[in-house]
Design a protein around this ligand. Sequence first.
Ligand code: NAD
Ligand code: MN
Length: 369
Amino acid sequence: MKEHGMKTYRIAAIPGDGIGKEVVPAGQAVLQALAAAQGNFNFEFTSFDWGGDYYREHGVMMPEDGLDALRGMDAILFGSAGDPHIPDHITLWGLRLKICQGFDQYANVRPTRILPGIKSPLGRCKREDLNWVIVRENSEGEYSGVGGRVHQGHPIEVATDVCMMTRVGVERIMRFAFRLAQSRPRRLLTVVTKSNAQRHAMVMWDEIALQISSEFPDVAWDKVLVDACTDRMVNRPASLDTLVATNLHADVLSDLAAALAGSLGIAPTGNIDPERRYPSMFEPIHGSAFDIMGQGLANPVGTFWSGVMMLEHLGEVAAAQRLMRAIEAVTANPALRTRDLGGQAGTEEVTNAVCRLLAQDDAQQAIAG
Ligand code: NAD
Ligand code: MN
């Protein structure tokens, strides 16, 4: 029921493929339960059936003018692009990257921490030691899409993927990362680089980091080579807080980060247009998980946490905190862990539990109030 004057957020839901079709509906259910419990805003979801099945029928992953249907939305909730019977570069570029690039969502924000009850595979790592946000450059670099392939099948065949970096692109992601670091208690930024081996673009990357740092005198920052960064994440996790890295580097480091924090199934991400010219897109960092799709086994927590990021982006901070509390109550309960966390629970059980907790939280707050 729509009450007069109540805010309604228009959200595009794009489940995509594989377990995306399981975790996105789960995310919608939880967000609806949250809105009902909060009582001061509504969600209006519009679902789009784009992805592998759409490709089989139409020859494209999404319609040519698909972005126009998303343009007026307040945000996008995304699942995964990737189908076992279609090459990965077609599914990824035909859907997810088309939206990321089309809406210039240049800042990909990936928080990682060890949620209550979750055990890190790192024996020496205490919960409070691992609390990171990785900022991934999301519009250019190694995934700019510049390159080509000619003379296919001949001995003289050539293929290139050009890592393209622009001053505008690097300046805006550095500024975003310094600002984000500044907003966190430790005010600490680590710039990930590879300027020893890549002597053009990555050297510019380092120079621009130094240049932008002068705008943020209250942020402590350092630089680390990407290979050494993996060691630091494993052996000195507490030395890191906010990280900024290129498209490829951050892609790899954030899967490592998620695994160190317990599971790929938990980690969330936001593809953000900081200037808010276009809707931003929120999704779990995991992919289609072909090995478990269609079985009700997928961990929906990564999608729920992405919902928290979406709420923060929409300015619904209290609702975001309430959802995060419910997520943490669920991860703390061994009976509500999915298989990737060593438990037995299925997607539906976890989803129902979060919905129940959201309603209870409401009752508790009503009593407290
Ligand atoms: P993946 O993330 O799909 O799976 C890696 C492993 O993690 C699998 O064993 C899987 O079962 C497990 N896993 C992932 N998410 C889980 C969850 N929520 N609950 C429980 N277990 C989970 O990575 P992949 O196998 O490299 O890729 C599969 C497909 O997904 C490929 O087509 C790839 O291109 C695509 N992909 C898409 C995105 C995206 O659209 N954002 C991201 C990554 C991969
Ligand atoms: Mn990835």
